[in-house]
Write a protein that binds this ligand. Sequence first.
Ligand code: NAG
Length: 251
Amino acid sequence: MPLLLLLMAFLLPPGAGAGEIIGGKEARPHSHPYMAFLQIQSQQGLSACGGFLVRNDFVLTAAHCWGRTITVTLGAHNIHRQERTQQRTRACRATRHPDYNPQTNRNDIMLLKLARPMRRTSAVRPVALPRGRARVRPGDRCTVAGWGQLGLNRRTNRLHEVQLTVQSDSGCSSRFSFYNSQTQICVGNPRKRKSAFLGDSGGPLVCNGVAQGIVSYGNKLGTPPAVFTRIRSFMPWVNRTMRRFKQPCKT
Ligand SMILES: *[C@@H]1O[C@H](CO)[C@@H](O)[C@H](O)[C@H]1NC(C)=O
């Protein structure tokens, strides 16, 4: 199940409410200055996702967070407050990976071009993307942050974070029939109650200061492991797409 949170509660599938960032804690305000909060207007209604700043004018997120109108907020801790650190704009272009498949959740990656570039401050700063061939390995400890649910019907307005461990691919290929080890990462120890959850979709898995994964999907109850998009395998597409849409959007 994609970990996108529909803001209209009656649209939540029954039994789909079990977690947050499950088992984590409130983040120190602005300690993840690349974190973006996305409000998405689509035919299904209003929903929310995470995303992350990778250039002053580009945010990376999951393809299943796509919608007709996407509002992007950087520099937030409490998304229901108007904090002075916040910078808000909209995505003037939302480019899903051309091979994104909503049935299998494969290639779940989307690049948002921002209508205006974000100003770099202590609360707003891009995160590094993978370079070269280095791969995350089972046992690596990484961090995920998000404004997703904390538990059954437990919403939060403040950014939470959790440390998760990368698993071997077999941990996900045995549970998820469409898991692909080339393009996805299996994350979260099944013996611990720690995971990304509803509303965390699109947020980054950050390992040693580098964004290596994107929250994609997990099971209904939020029990780990969950499946993340492996950013490294999409870097040629990310670079190509950013080059293609280098020019500011016409308004
Ligand atoms: C993407 O671009 C960055 C910065 O220009 C470069 O360091 C990296 O090698 C590129 N990656 C790929 C896979 O093209």
